[in-house]
Design a protein around this ligand. Structure first.
Ligand SMILES: N[C@@H](CCC(=O)N[C@@H](CS)C(=O)NCC(=O)O)C(=O)O
Length: 250
């Protein structure tokens, strides 16, 4: 049995999509990131970076934890023998597009969500991330105009990693949603998005993730101003999880 510790976020959806595609049994455990469950010693023992998702494989001799969503995807691909070519050059292409997601799409889209939703007085950051997100969407569209899937002829890890972020973009970003001409200038990306949405595993995965929505909303409602400042990294830089009890008391 695989357990995923997570919330309703695109990085968590990647792993749920992969599990549904592979037909592997799993359960989802909600983590209250708004009040800081991901910074407890127990959680940091699973993921030193204090983020969701964490994948735990309970089928090993002792439960085995994997942090970083793409590392989780690779773990599952190797366990299931699916969605990652074994041959060197196709495998390299698959890893290039997977790394493009983890190094560029995820971090830049994530920052844009932050500035768009939570920094109403900030314009510099919003503009910077908006132009980078627009550029990245263009890179995806150009690639998908030449190739049916991101890494070539077969649906694979890069598509599974990228689709949840494009879903978020479609739901949130004005680049894709402002008025009459949605997906303006991104026809190949849109066709790819719809083809992934039509795969049988995809609605199962989004439904499983969306079932966490009430827990996320309740957690957000419980978080006070200080907790939200910590969550958004808006306060003093916090190294508290690195300190011993004695140091913390000083
Ligand atoms: N590169 C990491 C990013 C993980 C990440 O940013 N997770 C967010 C939710 S999508 C999170 O845990 N936020 C809570 C926090 O930052 O404290 C991955 O792909 O797993």
């Amino acid at each position: 049995m695989i357990e995923i510790l997570g919330m309703t976020s695109p990085n968590v959806l990647k792993l749920v999509l992969m599990l549904e595609e592979c037909g592997l049994a799993y359960r989802l455990r909600h983590v209250d990131v708004f009040t800081g469950e991901q910074r407890t010693p127990e959680f940091l023992a699973l993921n030193p970076s204090g983020k969701v998702p964490v994948l735990i494989d309970h089928a090993q001799d002792a439960p085995f934890a994997v942090f970083e969503s793409a590392a989780g995807l690779l773990y599952l691909a190797e366990r299931a023998g699916r969605f990652l070519p074994a041959v060197a050059m196709p495998r390299s292409i698959a890893l290039q597009w997977l790394m493009f997601q983890t190094a560029s799409i995820g971090p830049m889209f994530g920052q844009y969500v932050h500035f768009f939703r939570y920094a109403p007085t900030e314009t510099y950051g919003l503009k910077r991330y908006e132009s980078e997100v627009a550029r990245l969407l263009g890179v995806l569209d150009t690639r998908l105009a030449q190739s049916p899937w991101l890494a070539g002829d077969d649906y694979g890890l890069a598509d599974i990693a990228t689709w949840p972020w494009v879903r978020t973009a479609d739901a949130i970003f004005p680049l894709l949603t402002d008025g009459r001409d949605r997906w303006r200038g991104l026809p190949a990306l849109r066709r790819w998005f719809d083809r992934v949405a039509e795969r049988p595993a995809t609605p199962r995965a989004t439904a499983a993730l969306d079932a966490l929505l009430p827990a996320d909303r309740a957690a957000f409602g419980r978080a006070d101003a200080d907790a939200l400042d910590r969550f958004f990294g808006r306060g003093r830089h916090d190294h508290s999880h690195k300190l011993t009890g004695a140091e913390t008391a000083q």
